[in-house]
Design a protein around this ligand. Sequence first.
Ligand code: FE2
Ligand code: FE2
Length: 282
Amino acid sequence: MAGDQGARLLAISDLHIGHPENRAIVEALHPQTPGDWLLVAGDVADTVADVEWALGLLADRFAKVVWAPGNHELWTPPGDPVTLRGVARYEHLVQRCRALGVVTPEDPYPVWTGVGGPVLVAPLFLLYDHSWRPEGLDTPEAALAEAHRVGVVCTDEYLLHPDPYPSRSAWCAARLALTERRLAERDGALPTVLVNHYPLVREPTRVLRYPIFAQWCGTEATADWHLRFDAAAVVYGHLHIPRTTWHDGVRFEEVSVGYPREWRQRPTPPGRLRRILPPPPA
Ligand SMILES: [Fe+2]
Ligand SMILES: [Fe+2]
């Protein structure tokens, strides 16, 4: 199906379907041609049941759905009957996705052969490591202490458990090593579309209202991945600041829907799928 004339590689993220208005947005998402693929760059929902509902609905409609986890999928929120934490929770989500036919970061990277291809579509799970710190805060500990002092602390600190790793930063380091190896071993002839919940470069976080929050938004370790791994485009979310930016000539697409209080303020209606390939006209 991927070779269908006119098929598109589309993307969205941060569906946050715990909000009823956002659930309605997901119910209204449809492919534009039967061969369209959909990249979902994390923060589908907070509970496993909601994640499954949304990805299942999308997998029934799109020729292929590719998912990278956000921080919200990895929370263990009070009230979710699935009480798994950390790696066990992630692996459970991967199993549920596989049952739905959804591609995860643990699966072979699929090749998009439609217009704009062939490209290797690589969903990534990397987390963050507090390396994006304000000037003068030299350690992750100092950055976290400052965040607590000013009262801008990501809920991950309370709900995203790294078990069995000692910290989210340690989990991030393990994910970086594993993912870097897989990307380095890929068929080098193919460019990539990298799908990660977080931007791979720090620049998009410079417009955050609270710059101290950038420590929960990615890692310095991926600063050159868009070049090293020959990215035709990078797809991310998390910031809830949907836009297109260019870094070293590579197109970065922030594709988030975000919370109703956020999308209500925007001039464009929520839930428009972003076209990744073929590239939109300049
Ligand atoms: Fe989000
Ligand atoms: Fe997020």
